[in-house]
Design a protein around this ligand. Sequence first.
Ligand SMILES: [Zn+2]
Length: 321
Amino acid sequence: MKKIRLALSFLMMLATFCHRASADTAITLTPKKVSAHVYYFQGESGVASAANQGFMSNAGFVVTPDGVVVFDALATPALGEAMIKAIKAVTTQPIKKVIAGHYHADHIYGLQAFKQLGADIIAHEAGQSYLHSDLAQQRLEQRRTELFPWVDEHTVVTGADHWLNFSKEKIHRFSLGGIRFQIIDSSGAHSAEDILLFVENDRVLFAGDIYFSGRIPFVGNADSRVWLATLDRLLDVKPTIVIPGHGAASTQTEKDMQLTKSYLEYLRQQMGMAVNDLLGFEEAYQRTDWSRFENLPAFKEANRLNAYGTYLLMEKESLAK
Ligand SMILES: [Zn+2]
């Protein structure tokens, strides 16, 4: 009898928990309109956590007279579903294409909601090796713990229907409903498979994690040489509005890009000199004059790690010479 009572109370607990989980997973997103055809969802600042339901990155969409094009899919299937709901509240046009900017967890677990809808998912071909890597599996396991119940055993890493190859051209172009799009190769800058989306008619650029506005960028183990080449191409494109992977959309596009550019160039120059002189990192870091950048937002949090990543990169580049 006692056993049955215990089993019953356990079942009741489970039922309450499941009910709560499904109620909590209903997330409402509100898009911001930035131009005639373009909208975006701005994630909260900080890292992904159960408290923010994983909503700490941006994604967006473009409404054309012949269907919707989406850029990125946020960090959980529930957020992907919330995006779909929000898009449907704006337009009756069907969601036709989803561009997966890069395969970092905070931008792609929502893809499976779009896949279920039958949208055409497009990514850089380098994303395929991530998809089948141990890293992808480890990351998913980690997120299943950190972001439960929003990332759970039903969450998968969704591949693309079209894997783009950029060996001949750095830009893939397509039109939908009279709106012209450019998918710009930026692979290797922040991840192996970065692509950006430029909406020509509105001059709006979705720039993923290579764009930072009014602050020190997060460099990590990015390849700043590729990043700088990408920034030069973007300066030629001259977007009037840029939607980054995190933080608010920017209209100071040239200023932002010049800042990132001069910061990356400075890191490479200073750390490159240290590597040439066989200085250890600590000494090199102390000797460097950071006064040009030290009052900018995110300097304290990011600069030392950025310098260290660049130091290692410059070592690698000097050994490859
Ligand atoms: Zn990223």
